[in-house]
Design a binder for this molecule. Structure first.
Ligand code: FRU
Length: 485
């Protein structure tokens, strides 16, 4: 097999480790002017293996500096996913002098001679802004007698009861625990049976409150990733529930869940802890891959990247709550070269092509259906390679087709179309972030997201729009790229 050059497919706008394997984002926390991104990392291989926590920091969520590995496996097991918090009030007793970081993670210990593995929760703390860590001597701090899948603790401070809450994936349920000090944990409740998607193991939960846009109402959002099950077509994906939480129990408004992303490549995403109050954003990062083919994607020397950090908001649309997501505003300053699409009417079978030639692109456009049955947007990566985005007015669907986008043979599943049904498709707003090996689609100010990996030779040469069977109006749009690349 031909191997690719090491730099090939490396993203320009997204975080990827310099070398080797990465999966889930872990320990997302803001502290003393830095955003910390820890991640599931195998420092010695480009496929999944004994997990460590890799570490990167950023001042603006886009430009990341990779630091030394933060947590290494030890006799209690590999270091699986988890979270990090600032212990502002020294509840743990680790920080008599000044506040510091506590990481809460899962130890995964392989079973001996064919026995099941054991998963337990443990903590580590840092006095030096995450540069070095001490594992707590009393680890593990939480174990289970019955659950084999018992992992991915997400911890936050719940002011009303003045306790820490741990949200844990426990098979195909989520279990809530609470603690006064991050060390002693008590069971509160279990959620999930009969709720949401159950085609795979539940992983990487997150729970947070969001204000409903345009009012005073607040609701709790529970994110739950659902693992890959080869018996189903979907691969791994992330669902969410909206409901109430009182420090003990989560009660969803509805037993069904919604998908957070309609693309195949956004998994195990969680949000940042300790974003300052005067900022107030809920910022999310996902792992931009899918367990169905993550170990086989055609990169050389490195494997795995994150989504663009996204700001989450909650909107009530036609009586239903919806989690909206858009790239963080910090991304804007990475683009300074704009081509404006003021207004264009595409007549039947017209095609407009905009030459872009850039290593990454931000394109946004408003689209009004007139008499057409379809609008096709083609991102031409090179003369031969392209990704199609089809807006189909008859079946109210947007479809991303990556069959012709470059290397697609890492899995038979990879070339399958990715689609999203749209409520009101006659007027839509579309935002596209194109990087060396991904396209992220945000529809109607982020009401729907569709995240997809691609492996073309170049990011983007041109973008074309064409209408089928009638007219389409494009307005208030732009295609932006950086001038310095
Ligand atoms: C999710 C996951 C987690 C686990 C980690 C192991 O992608 O399976 O449940 O902690 O990856 O790397």
């Amino acid at each position: 097999m031909k191997t690719n050059a090491i730099g090939k497919y490396k993203p320009n706008l997204h975080f990827a480790p310099e070398k080797n394997w990465m999966n889930d984002p872990n320990g997302l926390v803001y502290f003393e002017g830095e955003y910390h991104l820890f991640y599931q990392y195998h420092p010695y291989s480009t496929v999944w293996g004994p997990m460590h926590w890799g570490h990167a920091v950023s001042k603006d969520l886009i430009d990341w500096e990779e630091l030394d590995v933060a947590l290494y496996p030890d006799e209690l097991g590999m270091i699986f996913s988890g979270s990090a918090v600032v212990d502002w009030e020294n509840t743990s007793g680790f920080f008599p002098n000044k506040p510091g970081l506590v990481a809460i993670f899962t130890y995964h210990l392989e079973g001996k001679e064919g026995t099941e593995p054991t998963q337990t929760q443990a903590i580590a703390y840092s006095f030096d802004r995450g540069r070095s860590w001490k594992k707590y001597e009393g680890n593990p701090v939480l174990s289970s007698e019955t659950k084999i899948d018992f992992r991915d603790p997400k911890v936050f401070w719940y002011e009303q009861t003045r306790r820490w809450i741990m949200v844990l994936a426990t098979g195909q349920t989520i279990t809530f625990y609470s603690s006064p000090n991050l060390i002693d944990w008590e069971f509160e409740s279990e959620f999930g049976e009969g709720n949401g998607l159950h085609h795979g193991v539940w992983e990487c939960p997150d729970l947070f409150q969001l204000s409903v846009t345009g009012g005073n109402e607040k609701k709790w959002v529970l994110l739950v990733s659902v693992g890959d099950n080869p018996d189903f077509e979907t691969g791994s994906q992330t669902q969410y529930f909206v409901g109430e939480f009182d420090g003990k129990t989560f009660i969803p408004d509805q037993s069904s869940s919604k998908l957070l992303d309609f693309g195949k490549d956004n998994y195990a995403g969680v949000s940042f802890s300790d974003i300052p109050h005067n900022d107030g954003r809920r910022i999310y990062v996902g792992w931009m891959s899918n367990w169905r083919y993550a170990n086989e994607v055609p990169t050389n020397g490195w494997r795995g990247q994150m989504t663009i950090p996204r700001e989450l908001s909650l909107e009530k649309i036609a009586g239903e709550y919806n989690v909206n997501q858009l790239p963080v505003k910090e991304m804007v300053s990475y683009f300074d070269n704009e081509l404006v699409i003021d207004e264009e009417i595409l007549h039947e079978n017209d095609k407009r092509t905009y030459h872009v030639e850039s290593a990454y692109v931000d394109c946004a456009i408003n689209i009004e259906k007139q008499s057409a049955t379809q609008l096709g947007i083609v991102v031409n990566h090179s003369k031969q390679q392209f990704t199609k985005i089809e807006i189909n007015y008859n079946n109210r669907e947007i479809r991303l087709v990556r069959e012709g986008s470059g290397i697609i043979n890492c899995s038979p599943n990879f070339s399958k179309d990715q689609t999203v049904k749209i409520g009101d498709i006659n007027h839509i707003n579309l935002k596209l972030i194109i990087d060396s090996s991904s396209i992220e689609l945000f529809i109607n100010e982020g009401q729907y997201a569709l995240t997809s990996l691609i492996y073309p030779d170049h990011a983007c040469e041109s973008i074309s729009f064409s209408s089928t069977d009638g007219n389409v109006r494009l307005y208030n749009g732009y295609i932006a790229k950086p001038s310095r690349l």
